[in-house]
Design a protein around this ligand. Sequence first.
Ligand code: ZN
Length: 450
Amino acid sequence: MKKSLSQLILFFLFLLPSLLIAQQRLLISTIQEDGFQHGIHFEKEVSSSFFLSEKIKIVTTFPTPFIMLSGYFEKENFNPSLFFRTFSSDKNQWSEWQPLSIFTEGRTVGRTVYVGGEINSATTYLQLKSNHPIDRTFNLRLFAPGFSKKNQTASTRNPSDICACTQPNFEGRTDWCPSGNCPPDATPQPTEPTHIIVHHSAGQTTSSDFAAVVRSYWDFHVNGNGWDDIGYNWLVDGNGVLYEGRGENRQGAHFSCMNKNTTGICFIGNYENAIPTAEGLEMLQNFIAWAACSKEIDVLAADFHSDSNTNLENVSGHRDGNGLPNSCSSTVCPGENLYPLLEILRDQVSILPCYQETVASANELLENESINIFPNPNFGEFQIKWANIEVTDIVIYNSTGQEIKRWDGSDFQNSFFQTSILQKEAKGIYYAKINLKDNRSISRKIIILP
Ligand SMILES: [Zn+2]
């Protein structure tokens, strides 16, 4: 009894006043019509070295799969380290402090932008802190995308005249933002892509509602970064669904201030940590095949890119822009687990029949050089014969781009080669990719009859 009485006295002496102080610093923020923005100030916490914001109460007025957390200072290169924590009604406790990362994916004129990513929709309080005194307002932005309607119909466009690869079905803007609250750039800058730039979003990799994720990127790019529209031309999710962002032949905001003559596709997720899904990669490959073929971009070549003033691989990752003459940022995008796959995607697209029919490869044979496969068609037994070239290796792929067999250069003493290796394979179309010592790579179709 005595003990509980002393606890009660302690409560009134110390805990209750501190609760009251916390209540006085409480700010009630209702997220209505998707977004909420509020100016935050930091004050030194008594008896610690931290500078804390008020506790922000969050009330969402409609169900939402998550809340996107971002914010900015109205000054460039003003980048004190910030942290945030959340109190959610489902866990009934404060989370650990987590870093609010500085956005480095592109230029944000007049702003230093921070991103916390998707936070729990059951969050009821949010607090920020810094290790340093901050003498200016932090503009906190919270965006609740709401749940998307299911069973959207995917859009298609008229097939391009010049391209044999069909455009993959995609979700257009009216599919991922049916409310019309994510309007396109009113004055888009047209551009003719010569290069395809692959990104990751560095956000959450899995979601039950990727259309909501795309809406939240639109809000972050437009209202957080101050851009004219969502930065990417296209996005693909882990389920293999393609989304039209800015769309084709429009200059986006994704390649470190070198956006002219590029189209940017973002694989939603963080591939520094996660592994890209097979479905997402398949769609990325189909997209690259269509984009390259419809714009006659040679996926195996590195052509001059005027905005970066560099001979740039025609299919590049965002990080390939690091350190180039006109680059304005440095990034690990598209992540350690996605970036190395670009090499395989280029190779696989290069041997797709639809691509080969359309794009004149830079890797062609000269007049006195030859590669012949005979008989072709065949029943699985054929010869590859060549003249006036130095072959380093031969790789056989099936029609979906899977490697079936590889021989390295040491197997070839003569310029003559015979195999029955495909005899047991099913009938169908195969491709031999013949790599030459001078780095050219020649593809030839092999047809196996039943
Ligand atoms: Zn990127």
